[in-house]
Structures are given as C-alpha cells and as structure tokens.
Design a protein around this ligand. Sequence first.
Ligand SMILES: C[S@@+](CC[C@H](N)C(=O)[O-])C[C@H]1O[C@@H](n2cnc3c(N)ncnc32)[C@H](O)[C@@H]1O
Length: 410
Amino acid sequence: MTVNLHQAQAQNLSMEQTASLGEIVKTKDHANLPLTERVTRSIERLMSSPNFYRFSVNNILTRWYAKRRTSQVFDLMAGFVNFQVLLTCVKSGLLDRVYEAPCSLEELSFYTQLPKENMDRLVLSALSLGLIDKRDPERFGIGRLGLPVVGYSGIKAMIEHNAVLYADMLETANLLKSKEHSQMHRYWPYTLNDAQDDASFVHLQQASSAKAKQFERYSELMSASQNFVIDEITSSYDFSGHSTMLDIGCGKGRFVQTVAQKYPKLQFELMDLPLVMGLTQEHLAKTDFFPRLSFNPGSFKLDELPRGVDLITLVRIAHDHSDEVVHALLRKIYLALPSKGTLLLAEPMADPKGAKHDAYFHFYLLAMGEGRLRTPEQLSKMMVQAGFDRVRLLGNPMPMHTRILVALKH
Ligand SMILES: C[S@@+](CC[C@H](N)C(=O)[O-])C[C@H]1O[C@@H](n2cnc3c(N)ncnc32)[C@H](O)[C@@H]1O
C-alpha cells in the first residue's frame, strides 16, 4: 500500500509520522541516495527483472544461482503443502508402516484406509520430500527424513500439535492484529488472563475436568518434546558443583529426572502451577530418587520461590512470557539465590542474523500470547538488569533445539 503525504495528513498521522513518511518519499528520489544505497538498489532492480532471470538461467556460469534461488522461492511457496503431506503421513500411520517393512501402493492404501486411486499422490509427494524411499519398482520404505519422525515420539507429537497453529495461521493478518481468539492462546491456559486463578487449584481433583484436561494435554506434549532440549543441556553443563537445584516450570519433571539420574548427590526443588504439579508428583512417584525431590505447587508470578538452592533452571519458560513478566521473574530468581548462585536458562533463541527457523517460533509465540523469541543478547541484558554480573552463552551441539545461558550472582 502506498500512502502519499496528503493522504497521511488526511489520515491524521502525527507530525513525526508524517515527517518520516516524507523521508521515505524523498529517498525514492534515486539521485539523492548515498552511493552504497544507490548501488544496492540498482542490483535489486537487476536481480528482480525477468531479463536478468532469463540471462542467468541461460548462462552456464550463473545457472547454479538461478536454479538455487528458484528452488528456494518455490520451497517458501510450497511450505504449507509439504507440511500437510508430512502430517498426513504421520496421522495415517504411513510412516510407521513403511518403517516396519517396505510396502506397495495397494498395501499402503489398505493399511491407511486412504483411497487406492489417489494413493500414488501421497506416496510420490512423500517420496519427493525424502520421507519415504523407493526400494524397488513396486515397494516403498522409510526415507532419510522419515527416520527421525518415526524414531522420536516428540517430533510426531509436535507435528500433530502444529494443526493448532496452522488454524491460526490461516489469517495471519488477524493474528498480527490480535491473538485474543487464537486457538493456540486457548491451548496454553496459563497464557490466558485467568492464569492466576489456576494457582489457587491445589489439587487436580478440585479443577473442572475440562480445565484439568487442558493442563494434562500440554504437559504431555512438553514432556514428549523435551528430550532434545535435555540432551543439549546435560551434554553442555556440569551440574556436579551444585548441591540443590530448583527447576521453575518443571512440567512433568523429565529434566529433573535426567539430572537426578546423572548426579546422585544433587537435591531438587520442583515448581509449577498446582494443576501440573499433581502430574509431576504422579510421574516421579515410583523413581528411586523420589526422596531427593521437594514439590512446590504455585505460580512464579504470585508466590515466593523456594530458598536454599544454589542453582535455578528455566527451561523453555521465558519465551512464553512478556518482557514485564520475565524481568520480574529474573529479579525474583536473583534475590532467591545466595551469593555465587547460578541461573541456567535454556530455550530456543533468535539468531540476530535471522535464521530460517526463527519464523516458526516468532509466529508460534505470537499465537500463544504475550511471549516472544529473544536473542541471547536480549536475554543476557535482562539478566544483567536483574542483578547478575556474569552471563555466558554455552556452546551446545544443536542450537536449533535450544541455546543455553548461564548467569552468576556475585
Ligand atoms: C513451555 S512449558 C515448559 C515445561 C518444561 N520446562 C519443558 O521444557 O518441557 C512451560 C511450563 O511453565 C509452567 N508455568 C507457566 N506459568 C507458570 C507460573 N506462573 N508459575 C509456575 N509455572 C508456570 C507451565 O505450567 C509449563 O509447565
């Protein structure tokens, strides 16, 4: 949409807004631009012209570039179809089936109950995406990208869960205007305004069964998808220097479980909303390290944090919340820790240069509510503002799953 200066004035834009719009209009005057900007714009004009495309695709030296860019643009356009193919392969059981043993089209149609006459469309699409593989002229087996999907229940759970985000993304502009009616916002009950009420439920039984189901559903999803994050943290951080660890927003306690098994001397405080804490206790009740655990049902927004711990962990917590909530939480953590106490924060973080995967998290968190994807620099700055004086970014093997910041209280 272009707005000229007269329209801007007619739309009652402020003086500053009108002035900056004036700047934009002025900078359209090519001759007035700085040299570097003029060069950049000339290259952009050239690269977006059909003549350049035709030239580059017909020239043996530039063809590779034209091919790569065309394929990348096509991938952007086809993204939603590719995802739906993946979802259908998961939901219909097709991937599990070909993993058990290679199958023919007829066998797959019988097994998935999808019509035989169109089975080839799904199978050939899955083949083109690397989800399945052709074993011989008649049969299909599991493919390179299908392997992790069948191997990790967490990936399957997240793929099926994507359907919720998908519904919100149908009208992305509406989502940018307001997430009030988004399905994701409702999926995560603690992002709704009544989240504080949830802190008053002491036991699952006291909540309505619909409410309890909501908490159970997301806690199960988190538990299923936490493995990758746990691996990253435990392979990058040595917990042996600590005596008591508090995991805030611990979910069903899988992270605590892994650390407890690896470090037999460590004691644990676990904290989550009361409706989750019941599930956590149930999940960990039969473990041999149960005597080393203390459970603290409550809200980190409303309640005091347990004292006497020298390590506090926040795993996939900060990105769910507004800057205001995160500032308050970090300050609370700082005050709860003793001198030389440590905060470990792990979650997916934005790449300052804008990695491709950031788009998913930006919109996931927008649809969810008040949270946002932050860069390690932004989070480090917030930690320093809370009082921490040394913040380190650990180098973990797979930063796409999570990045890890460790802050020390002096
Ligand atoms: C995205 S999940 C992460 C769970 C777990 N740390 C993981 O990585 O799988 C966020 C967790 O924070 C908990 N949570 C949200 N708001 C909270 C609050 N105000 N006080 C305590 N826990 C809260 C949720 O119940 C949920 O278990």
